[in-house]
Design a protein around this ligand. Structure first.
Ligand code: SAH
Ligand code: F3S
Length: 438
């Protein structure tokens, strides 16, 4: 078979880390099977893909204006594909609103990219489709870091969340496939892996074939046996399912990065109930404190939604209380956004006026800034171990500490892929600066 002519792919990725990984898979599959290489210049691309997010409304409404722009500026005959969660949720309606879109591929159907790419009008959005046993082509995003999906979909029914409707029921990927994928990436130079799932703690409950159940803790133990792998990260755990066995493994396994995402969403027990999160204000604080006690240098990050329907000033103060008690190292904050196919839509009458939501968001941001400065300054003078992974255009090299704080030093590419001791000399709210200790 003669080699196909090389073509250019421009891909834009919105949303979460799983979308990033899906985009890497799309790039790898199209490279291997269709001879595409990527470009940053949309106007020279033969194929334009937008990998969408539908968790909040804003990115969805932006999608149509954006693809409209792409359509005007694109090269003649260039194709446009819409992938990801908005593709799952709007399906062929995307083509009704934007007839120039060539194909639509849902978040759960990414493995079919090579089949739809040349099929004008293709729409693949089946959420019952199981691509959990699918082997993707090798992706090569950052040589030293890789990410591997450990499960697809989500079985929780958080009342604000559209993900179960776009990514379908949860199915775990067999442990041996995950281990094999990580080994392949390590053989290519990866030192760090991020294991990805919507609720990683429920890993191992259901597979697409008949096999014994397992647990996330067991998976962590298996992955950490891989020689040459220095660091394991994962996202996201669910605070409800972080059992003692898991917390102990997190604390004692030296390969596990000591940074953990604990999505709080709200600090009010009654709002948590309305969100169907399954834990209380006190339960969350207790778990976070236990982790801080067991892992002294741990960094804890979180997601917070303000202005969920019915959130009173008192409820909001509960969220502020938890932020003050736990002092999160990083907060991703969101104003509640009503989404189709979610239970919270029924609470329409209780929706909070936008200006109140905005004010609450600002309160969270301001409080968090204070904590960030305080926590980051504690690093000054310490010596930390950094895994360097990228060279910056200004001659600096950057990497992350074991508890996943970004560090910049003056240095060369010789540092890349290595664990190096660094003395911290300076801190901003989001990163550290230091000197390599010789
Ligand atoms: N379990 C997932 C959550 C995916 S959604 C995970 O792996 O992190 C990411 C975050 O978006 C959620 O934690 C939540 O804080 C926020 N979010 C989800 N739905 C939302 C909505 N309707 N409005 C505002 N924020 C939302
Ligand atoms: Fe969404 Fe809750 Fe699952 S936030 S992805 S339904 S754990």
């Amino acid at each position: 078979m003669s080699k196909q002519e090389e073509k250019k792919l421009f891909i834009q990725t919105l949303g979460c880390q799983m979308n990033d990984t899906d985009s890497q898979h799309i790039i790898a599959e199209l490279k291997e099977h269709k001879n595409y290489s990527t470009t940053d210049n949309m106007e020279e691309a033969d194929l334009i893909i937008i990998n969408t997010c539908s968790v909040r409304e804003k990115p969805v409404s932006k999608l149509f204006s954006e693809i409209g722009q792409f359509n005007v500026k694109k090269k003649e005959n260039a194709k446009i594909g819409v992938c990801g969660c908005t593709a799952s949720h709007l399906g062929k309606d995307i083509m009704k609103r934007a007839p120039y879109v060539d194909f639509v591929l849902g978040a759960r159907n990414i493995s079919k990219i090579k089949d739809v790419v040349d099929k004008k009008g293709a729409v693949e959005i089946d959420i019952d489709y199981d691509d959990s046993t699918y082997q993707f082509a090798q992706s090569g995003h950052n040589l030293y870091k890789t990410s591997v999906n450990i499960s697809i979909g989500c079985d929780k029914k958080c009342t604000f969340c559209i993900v179960p409707a776009t990514r379908g029921d949860e199915i775990s990927i067999p442990t041996e496939m995950i281990v094999e994928q990580v080994k392949k990436d390590v053989a290519k130079g990866a030192k760090e892996v991020t294991l990805l799932g919507q609720n990683v703690n429920s890993y191992g409950k259901r597979f697409s074939d008949k096999r014994e159940k397992t647990s996330f803790t067991k998976l962590l133990q298996e992955v950490s046996k891989i020689e040459g792998l220095e660091r394991i990260r994962f996202t996201s755990p669910h605070p409800l399912h972080m059992d003692d066995e898991f917390i102990e493994e997190f604390a004692k396994n030296p390969k596990i990065s000591k940074c953990i995402h604990m999505p709080l969403q709200s600090g009010s027990t009654s709002i948590l109930k309305a969100m169907k999160r399954g834990y209380s204000k006190e339960g969350f604080i207790k778990r976070a404190k236990k982790i801080r006690e067991m892992v002294p240098d741990v960094r804890i990050t979180t997601d917070i939604i303000v202005a969920f329907p019915g959130e009173t000033e008192e409820d909001f103060q509960d969220t502020i209380d938890v932020i003050k008690e736990v002092k999160f190292d990083q907060i991703f904050n969101f104003k509640y956004s009503p989404r189709p196919n979610t239970e919270a839509l029924e609470l329409k009458d209780l929706e909070i006026p936008d200006d109140i939501g905005s004010k609450r968001l600002i309160d969270v941001i301001e409080l968090h800034k204070e904590h960030q400065s305080e926590l980051m300054d504690l690093n000054i003078g310490k010596t930390v171990t950094v895994l360097f992974d990228s060279l910056k255009p200004n001659g600096e090299v950057s990497g992350f500490t074991d508890n996943y704080c970004q560090v910049f030093v003056k240095g060369s590419d010789e540092l890349l892929g290595k664990l190096v001791d660094v003395k911290i000399t300076d801190a901003t709210r989001t990163a550290l600066k230091g000197d390599v200790v010789n």
